[in-house]
Structure formats: C-alpha cells, structure tokens
Design a protein around this ligand. Sequence first.
Ligand SMILES: Cc1cc2nc3c(=O)[nH]c(=O)nc-3n(C[C@H](O)[C@H](O)[C@H](O)COP(=O)(O)O)c2cc1C
Length: 195
Amino acid sequence: MDVDLPTGRSEEFAGRTILLGVTGGIAAYKSAALASAWTQRGAVVRVLMTRAASKFVTPLTFQSVTRQPVAADIWRAEEAGGYRPEHIDAGDSADLFLVAPATADFLARAAHGFADDIVCLTLLAHQGPVAFAPAMNDKMWAHPAVQANVDVHRQRGVHVIEPGEGHLACGSVGPGRLAELSEIDRQVTAILTSA
Ligand SMILES: Cc1cc2nc3c(=O)[nH]c(=O)nc-3n(C[C@H](O)[C@H](O)[C@H](O)COP(=O)(O)O)c2cc1C
C-alpha cells in the first residue's frame, strides 16, 4: 500500500467538503490514510460508515484523523435532537461523495436506490460529483451481477475508480484490490479541480 500521499495545504482541497463513505471490506483501513491526507490539505472530510465497515475500522479512527464527527448510524443525529436530518445536511454540503472501499453489496444497494444505511441514504440526497472505488475478491469483481451494477453506476455518471490487480486479502491474485491510494488521490484531485 502506498500511503506516501502529499499532506501540505493545497488549493484543490482547502475549503472543500468531501463525503467519504466507507463500506465493509478489508480495505476499509486504507481509507483512513486518504481521510488524513485530505484533512491535512485543508478539506473538511465527513466520514459515513456502514455497520459492516465499523467491524473493520472503528469510527473513532476516522473521527481522530478528520477531527469531525463520523456518521455510522442513520438514527444518531435524530436521537441527539438534530433539527435537520444529518443525511440531508451532509448530502447538500459536499463537493464530492467518494465511497472507498465500495463493496459488492453496497454497489448493488446503491444501483437500486436503497436508503437503509447512512451511506446509501446520504448518496440519494447528494447532487454533486460521485466516485466509487470498488474492492473485493477477484471472482466477486468478475461476477456478471457486480459488473452489471457497476455499469449502471457508470451510466449515471459515477466516476468508477477501477480496482487494481495483485495480492488480495483472501489469498487470491487478480483484479479486485482497492486502487492504489495515489491513483484514488489523483482522480479525486482531478474531480475537485474540474468541479
Ligand atoms: C473478513 C471479511 C472481508 C470482506 N471483504 C470484502 C471485500 O473486500 N469486498 C466486498 O465487497 N465484501 C467483503 N466482505 C463482505 C461484506 O462485508 C458484506 O457483503 C457486507 O454485507 C457489506 O456490507 P456494506 O456494503 O453495508 O458495508 C467481507 C466480509 C468479511 C467477513
């Protein structure tokens, strides 16, 4: 994993808001390095996590590197007496919504417009640029159901950051691992620059 990302304050990131959806794949820990680098460059990084993602990395990790509250539950803001539902607020305020890693399960739910977890729910309320960085086992990635869902997202204008090839946590070797962080960083920078 290449975690040597630039961290100096940068024009593309300063003052921008990035929603970072984290779903439940083994690569979830890598997203903390992205959140940290973009925060150091001056962006407000608001992290949204599925319940499965919280099994791999705790919300506290993302809260610590972003210095922002992490949304890991649809009901949290409501229970705290929030006036405006958190997902609407988050969706409205973002310059980019990136989901990394994006699981097969998430890609399927999002393709159908499900709204039963904080990541999918907020995605429906977001009108700006969207990018997904899928990560999964090579056979899962090759499955026609997954490829059909990815095609649906591409047709809707989602930037799909293609997975890389190499060693996978399950022991296989092939396409499916999360794209290198430098590649995700490059594509996110390009999206923010053109937005
Ligand atoms: C150890 C372990 C690793 C997993 N890694 C992945 C993965 O890399 N990609 C993936 O699509 N699913 C992976 N899964 C399956 C997802 O966690 C599962 O489909 C879950 O429902 C995803 O939920 P979410 O999309 O709401 O986060 C893994 C499951 C386990 C137990």
